[in-house]
Write a protein that binds this ligand. Sequence first.
Ligand code: C2E
Ligand code: MG
Ligand code: MG
Ligand code: MG
Length: 278
Amino acid sequence: YVKERGKNNFQLFTSEMHQEFYRKMMIEKQLRTALDNEEFELYYQPIMDLKTNEIVGMESLIRWNNETLGQVTPDEFISIAEETGMIIPIGHWVLNTALEQNTRWKKEGYKSLKVNINVSVRQLLDPTFFEKVKNAIENTALDVTYIVLEITESIAMYGEAMIEKLDALKELGISLSMDDFGTGYSSLSYLNKYPLDSLKIDKSFVIGMNRDDGNKAIVKTIIAIAKELDLKVIAEGVEGQEEYHFLDGIGCDYAQGYYFSRPLPAIDFKEKWLTAGD
Ligand code: C2E
Ligand code: MG
Ligand code: MG
Ligand code: MG
């Protein structure tokens, strides 16, 4: 049908396709050497307690700076890393780097905070994942109760086997949080079967919530469901004071977003957000 759209359209179509394909191929190629070349960095964004207005944790977020491609966002490269399997070694690096960084901060005398680590479903399906987490825990000086793995609703496609994997991880003493809640395919019945500690309301519902009664209603409802199931709730994408006050008023436990801070390199995060303690 492409030809029917005429010669010019055909050329436009193929050149766009070509560009997209080429970029994807370049990302795929560069990803293979990125770990060895130390091109990744972890940024950290604070997670705030809405009741006390204090920091309670952080989310670790990967950044990739490549010589050829420049800065590539996770939204662009994580899915490619998942397709190619590169997410396995990259995810392993993320897990160990986040725990090592927090161990170092603890040794420097800073108060321990929870550290949230994003985990792809592809990593959970890796038969050695449990062993990797167990080893990482054994190598860290952090109390396991400070470790939170963020998973997504895509795990719902893997049924009973996934529940067993998550149960085993929970038995190590770590916490599990459902990320991007409300955007996936998850039926609510699964929510009850997973050994979850918290839900993160997807930022698409939170951003601009004040100008959208529908999104406000969704956020309220998610908080109500979480309360009923005895789960903590974190709102992501809190950009303004209005959203912050609204969330506090309706009983949201925690919040994360540009209103408090952008994700920061470790050195800046330490300077801005860590305090003496423990
Ligand atoms: P996510 O886990 O839902 O992380 C939250 C995303 O929202 C981050 O984007 C963060 O920078 C952004 N964000 C935080 N506050 C605000 C705000 O107030 N407004 C807006 N507009 N955005 C906000 P980022 O860092 O670009 O990461 C995108 C996604 O990439 C993450 O979404 C996560 O799914 C994935 N990702 C990031 N790091 C890792 C990682 O280490 N491993 C894996 N498997 N996935 C990762
Ligand atoms: Mg996350
Ligand atoms: Mg999220
Ligand atoms: Mg997201």
